[in-house]
Design a protein around this ligand. Structure first.
Ligand code: TRP
Length: 452
């Protein structure tokens, strides 16, 4: 029998959970990753497939993941073991938790490197580095940063320490409050950027690029990337949302809560796109620029707009903050497991995980410069880690979560935990989680490896 409360604590209110889960979801995935992946894959059609994945796979899997966490009330590994026992099925389903821990470790390593870019840009902006910048100057600034292993290492280290400090102290204290203030502020800053893009950028073309679908541009691999992005941006498939769910009160409505988180996350991604593409196209840059897209584009806007020095600095502070609240959730499942099962203190568990991810992060950051010739499947270490986790491991985790909730638990258990008032909505979710999500994930996988 799973415990009735988590030993790690509980969110004080349903709102606290919403903020924490939104803090987890909204991060580099929305503002850095979404625009550059959408840009590389032709825009409109990609965005439409992404939105479809959010609605038909992301939302039902998020409901399932929170539900499993709240019912198990432990780290994902132990939650899945207890729930399997409770349902009388193989405890091999604990592999959902194991895969999640490994995936989280891999994500944390490169996420911290990219978050380091955002930290570094706070100071570039603050020192007036964006003033009078043109497109090629902005590209040179970004490339210059990537060319310096020392600088990348310093920022990566600082970010990992920031993550470690919060995780070691426990998720609730401090973070809950910070998220309340900083997330809305980030959203307002994005709206300021959209305002700038409307006035100064090529808004019509940017809008068309992002929203007008051209399906001839859409490869099978792009569909895989859109699905991977949906998992990555919603923090799904590795137990981060599951463990946040394990700290949620029993009487909070899971579907409504998940709806708010998914809605907020999607809104931020779309608004980020609306801010970025008009500026990219207005400045004659390519939307297919790659991972440097926002770091090359936004400084152009900040360099020109009145008050840009302050806006730019504040923007990158907020972006770093968004990355911080996300990275914490990536670490939490592994740390909770080390505390529960290995018997480590939170501080020791956090230290072990942070050092391991920091070390792998060094390989990721070296792949941007001195190791740029070494590739796996044509990708450097950083790109490979990103591709493997977002497009393969997270959807795999999501698939297993959907199958477990839809097919291994009894209908009675899931409906008791979700306690939805509308039988029709429950039926809809159950159908999505049993059939639509697993089949869609499977089809996208098979198509990507050209088996269908
Ligand atoms: N969703 C976050 C973002 O968009 C990143 C993130 C946090 C994440 N926790 C996760 C991604 C768990 C995958 C799994 O930046």
């Amino acid at each position: 029998m799973p415990p009735t409360a988590s030993i790690h604590g509980q969110w004080t209110t349903r709102l606290a959970f919403i903020l924490a889960a939104t803090g987890s979801a909204v991060g580099l995935g929305n503002i850095w990753r979404f625009p550059y992946i959408a840009g590389e894959n032709g825009g409109g059609a990609f965005v439409l497939v992404y939105l479809g994945c959010i609605l038909l796979i992301g939302l039902p899997v998020m409901i399932a993941e929170i539900m499993l966490g709240r019912r198990g009330r432990q780290s994902p590994i132990n939650t899945m073991t207890s729930l399997s026992r409770e349902e009388g099925v193989s405890t091999g389903w604990a592999s959902i938790g194991w895969i999640g821990v490994v995936t989280g470790f891999l994500i944390l390593s490169f996420y911290s490197v990219v978050a380091g870019w955002a930290l570094s840009y706070i100071f570039k902006s603050g020192a007036g580095g964006f003033v009078g910048l043109d497109a090629s100057g902005s590209e040179a600034m970004f490339d210059g940063m990537l060319a310096s292993p020392e600088a990348l290492l310093a920022w990566h280290t600082i970010f990992m320490v920031m993550v470690g400090i919060v995780v070691a102290r426990g998720v609730q204290s401090g973070l809950e409050k910070a998220v309340t203030i900083l997330m809305p502020l980030l959203f307002v800053m994005l709206l300021v950027m959209v305002g700038y893009a409307v006035v100064q950028g090529n808004f019509a073309e940017g809008l068309a690029f992002m929203l007008a679908p051209d399906f001839s541009e859409l490869s099978a691999n792009a569909v895989l990337l859109a699905m991977g992005q949906a998992f990555f941006t919603l923090s799904l498939g590795m137990g981060a949302i599951m463990i946040y769910g394990s700290y949620l009160q029993s009487d909070a409505s899971i579907p409504r809560t998940a709806g708010v988180v998914v809605g907020a996350d999607t809104l931020v991604a779309i608004v980020a796109g609306l801010a970025i593409f008009p500026i990219v196209l207005g400045a004659g840059l390519s939307p297919g620029e790659g991972p440097g897209l926002i770091f090359v584009t936004l400084p152009l806007a900040f360099g020109e707009m009145p008050g840009g020095l302050i806006f730019g600095t504040v923007f990158f502070i907020l972006l770093s903050f968004a990355a911080w609240t996300s990275a914490i959730s990536i670490a939490e499942p592994a740390v909770a497991w080390l505390v529960e099962t290995v018997g480590m203190t939170r501080v020791a568990a956090t230290t072990v995980l942070a050092i391991a991810a920091w070390t792998l992060g060094i390989a990721a950051l070296l792949s941007l410069n001195v190791w740029s010739d070494y590739t796996l499947f044509d990708m450097g270490v950083l790109d490979f880690l990103d591709y493997l986790t977002a497009n393969i491991l997270l959807p795999l985790g999501g698939f297993l979560i959907a199958v477990f909730a839809g097919w291994r638990m009894t209908r009675g258990s899931v409906s008791a935990e979700l306690a939805m008032r509308s039988p029709a909505l429950f039926g809809l979710w159950y159908f999505l989680v049993r059939f639509v999500a697993p089949v869609a994930i499977l089809l996208v996988f098979l198509r990507a490896v050209e088996l269908i």
